[in-house]
Design a protein around this ligand. Structure first.
Ligand SMILES: NC(=O)c1ccc[n+]([C@@H]2O[C@H](COP(=O)([O-])OP(=O)(O)OC[C@H]3O[C@@H](n4cnc5c(N)ncnc54)[C@H](OP(=O)(O)O)[C@@H]3O)[C@@H](O)[C@H]2O)c1
Length: 251
């Protein structure tokens, strides 16, 4: 009998990669959930409504073992908050709720992500490409914080390793990390994008000051050894992963 996985946020950047990866695996039966972008393939469930959540868990007959990355604070007025914000939770507090609400729960932390986007503004990585393409306009790109851009489908693959391990061993709990291993600043990402498409780079200017906005460490490296011990391996090189993502935005 196929194992079942309920994927929340399946209309979003990360969730759509999860849905694609698990749907392509005959061992898994999937149900993708969404909210404003629900439709034929995605069931509408408001995650801020406990009754709707309980109903879908009951109907789809899944155990609630979470693989989950906390929440996204609204960094500036107008940013769309994520469901846990309804409960006034920060990312770290959201993780605490998940790990403490049941001893079997799991948190997966991930860094800056990119993947198949509906528009360039959907990810902090693809967003850079709009400025890269605009060669007539100087574009300052942060060249201070060390980031590790990670392809969503690699995260989905790692999650499949994680949940398969969790199904075999109920002892597997707590906090895990998964990340690409290429250290790049946003400036490095922008120059790589330009070079991939033969776009001149003179307008791309390295900004060596710490970024303003959401505070983050100088080096955002995550220790992925727990996931590597389980057998997670897929780390697509940035040049290979980003090219098909951007191709449809560069005629
Ligand atoms: N993107 C990154 O670089 C990155 C990096 C680290 C961690 N993360 C974390 O990964 C998670 C997913 O990120 P993402 O970039 O994939 O986000 P996203 O593209 O903004 O997707 C968010 C998803 O949440 C759904 N959603 C929002 N409010 C909802 C509600 N009330 N009820 C049900 N569903 C609701 C949205 O559904 P509709 O669109 O259908 O309304 C959408 O599918 C977040 O927790 C984020 O903090 C992301």
């Amino acid at each position: 009998m196929a194992k079942r996985i309920l994927i929340t946020g399946a209309s979003g950047l990360l969730g759509r990669a999860f849905l694609a990866t698990f749907s392509a695996d005959s061992e898994w039966e999937t149900l993708g959930l969404a909210f404003s972008r629900a439709g034929d393939r995605l069931k509408k469930v408001d995650l801020t409504d406990p009754d709707q959540v309980a109903a879908v868990v009951r109907e789809f007959k899944v155990y609630t073992d979470y693989v989950f990355d906390g929440t996204k604070p609204p960094y500036k007025p107008g940013d769309k908050p994520s469901p846990l914000n309804k409960y006034g939770l920060s990312k770290a507090a959201g993780e605490k709720v998940v790990t403490e609400s049941s001893p079997g729960n799991i948190v997966l932390r991930v860094p800056i992500l990119y993947g198949m986007v509906e528009n360039l503004d959907e990810s902090a990585v693809t967003m850079l490409f709009s400025k890269v393409k605009d060669v007539g306009k100087p574009a300052e790109m942060n060249h201070y914080e060390r980031r590790y851009p990670t392809l969503c489908s690699d995260v989905a693959d790692a999650v499949r390793v994680l949940v398969n391990s969790r199904v075999k061993s109920a002892d597997l709990t707590g906090i895990f990390h998964w990340s690409g291993d290429e250290m790049m600043t946003k400036y490095n990402m922008a120059v790589t994008m330009a070079e991939l498409f033969g776009i001149p780079t003179q307008h791309i200017i390295a900004d060596t000051k710490p970024a303003t906005g959401a505070p983050r460490p100088f080096d955002c490296h995550l220790d992925c050894s727990r996931m590597e011990e389980l057998g997670a391996t897929k780390r697509t090189p940035f040049k290979v992963g980003i090219k098909p993502v951007l191709e449809r935005f560069y005629p």
